[in-house]
Design a protein around this ligand. Structure first.
Ligand SMILES: [Zn+2]
Ligand SMILES: [Zn+2]
Length: 515
């Protein structure tokens, strides 16, 4: 392990600039590592591991490369991957975006359930790999697809994504749709599997369109007729059975520790009360009971999300440049915030840029005040106590990720990978790459355990480590930590290159990418 020595301290900005130029983490976590045999301790830097370029360019780029590797590995699998875990649950934690509708397992009446849309249903084969096609000259093709799904129009926009008429642009709908986009996408995969007749696998990323709405890019394993995909997209919808939240009708609220004085049945319970009227807001469960108990024939969900009519479907063949390009496209913006990536390739003058900024501000303002989940503080605006209500909740200040300016309503994960894409978790992919490096080093007669990045991420009886809060690390130590990362990276890369060069002459080949 590389210890941290203490030179004189230059400025923090200089440290970060150094890290940036050197392509190493600029804000490492410093760990105190103890050698359990000798009792010696030293400080060791560990890269922060952020996936956002705005936080750490080096770590984000590393994470992006790992995702590209994962995407490429699963797309054209010829054999079924070994499933990690049960086969009945197709979802992985990677796949879960946002919160459940109601955060609980209420069973709705049959009439309310989101039944399978009116689509042809095929017998489901237990396979995840696509079919093979053979050309007359005996060549074998394994086609797959690249899909792009969008949300509907909220009003006409110009080439920069700015509404032609902001006054009539449906900002509210745009914001609510963005918040429930992940659920709609979930339902799409369920429906697609039913119609395609096999366990369709995907690697998908959620990106922002110029107009600020999320859209989905997906690598799909296997080829499905275009018309089937179009039909499934058109028939897929997601209903939000939440309490009504179209009009913010509730006045200012106050928290009351004991509601007994206002509502004898609620003695001993705390809750929110409309300040001007003394009206006790219904609890989340009560509000849902109202929704569920309304059996009138014209009862409607609080919101219904559907896809837009713009769909892009590309057929791709394994190993072609088009496929490589698509992998690059799928992972290109993952290191950016949803809102950040939008202005990327715009060529606009200042006025246009300002108009765009104003548009995104307006959208962000809309998402700030809408409920993002059952626990959202914004429910107080609509006269419902948030699930798990407690003192101090303030509308417009919900910490949910969906409300952040940079996310424009998308609070969940940006990468969605089905469980049997490769049959591996991202951690296993990471370990895989480490194994490649390890093999290359061993090949060259170098002891891999001499390397920080491998030993820090492993568990080792000999060493124990704890991370130290940034405030406990002085600037000189911190700089030394970054400098140590640079040295380690240099040494590691040099050894890797040497090992690879040697391996190439002896027939061993490492996968592309390197450390
Ligand atoms: Zn970092
Ligand atoms: Zn919220």
């Amino acid at each position: 392990m590389t210890g941290v020595e203490k030179p004189a301290a230059p400025s923090r900005a200089a440290v970060e600039a150094l890290a940036d130029v050197q392509d190493v983490c600029g804000r490492p976590v410093v760990a105190r590592v103890t050698d359990n045999e000798s009792g010696e301790t030293q400080l060791v830097p560990i890269p922060c591991g952020s996936t956002r370029e705005s936080v750490c360019r080096a770590c984000a780029e590393r994470a992006r490369r790992l995702r590209a590797h994962q995407c490429r590995e699963g797309w054209h699998l010829a054999d079924e991957p070994e499933a990690s875990g049960g086969l009945t649950d197709e979802r992985t934690e990677d796949e879960t975006m946002g919160d459940d509708d109601n955060g609980d397992r209420r069973v709705r009446s049959t009439r309310r359930r989101q039944d399978v849309p009116d689509l042809p249903r095929r017998r489901m084969e237990d396979r995840t790999v696509g079919r093979i096609f053979e050309s007359p000259d005996g060549r074998v093709y394994r086609p797959s697809m690249f899909l792009t799904l969008t949300l509907p129009s909220y009003g006409r926009v110009d080439g920069d994504g700015v509404p032609v008429d902001p006054a009539t642009y449906d900002y509210r709908r745009a914001a609510v749709d963005a918040m429930h986009f992940a659920k709609l996408v979930d339902r799409f995969w369920q429906n697609l599997r039913r119609c395609a007749g096999y366990q369709v696998q995907y690697f998908a990323s959620v990106e922002g369109q110029r107009r600020g709405a999320p859209h989905l890019h997906a690598a799909v394993r296997g080829a499905i007729p275009r018309q089937v995909i179009r039909d499934v997209v058109a028939a897929t919808y997601h209903q939000v059975w939440w309490p009504p939240h179209d009009v913010a009708s509730c006045g200012d609220v106050v928290w009351v520790d004991d509601l007994g004085g206002l509502e004898p049945t609620m003695a001993g319970e705390g809750g929110y009360v409309e300040a001007a009227t003394g009206w006790v807001l219904p609890t989340w469960d009560e509000a849902l009971d109202d929704v569920d108990g309304d059996f009138s024939p014209d009862v409607e969900a609080a919101h219904v999300v559907r896809f837009g009519s713009q769909i892009d479907i590309q057929g791709l063949i394994a190993g072609t440049p088009a496929t490589d390009k698509a992998v690059g496209y799928l992972t290109k913006y993952l290191t950016k915030d949803l809102g950040d990536a939008l202005g990327d390739d715009l060529d606009t003058d200042d006025d246009r840029a300002a108009a765009r900024e104003a548009h995104l501000d307006r959208l962000a303002e809309e998402t700030r005040w809408l409920p993002c989940s059952p626990t959202c503080t914004n429910w107080l605006r609509y006269g419902t106590q948030p699930k798990g209500a407690r003192p101090g909740m303030v509308p417009g200040h919900c910490p949910g990720k969906a409300h952040r300016r940079e996310n424009l309503g998308v609070g969940g994960r940006r990468v969605l990978v089905s469980r049997r894409w490769t049959g591996k978790t991202l951690t296993e992919h990471r370990a895989d790459r480490a194994a490649v490096v390890r093999a290359a080093l061993e090949e060259a007669g170098i002891d891999p355990d001499d390397h920080d990045e491998l030993s820090v991420s492993g568990t080792d009886g000999r060493w124990s480590w704890e991370t130290i809060a940034r405030t406990q690390v002085d600037d000189a130590t911190y700089l030394a930590a970054v400098a140590a990362l640079v040295r380690t990276r240099d040494r590691w890369r040099r050894q890797y290159d040497e090992a690879r060069a040697r391996a190439e002459t002896s027939g061993f080949s490492a996968t592309p990418g390197g450390p």
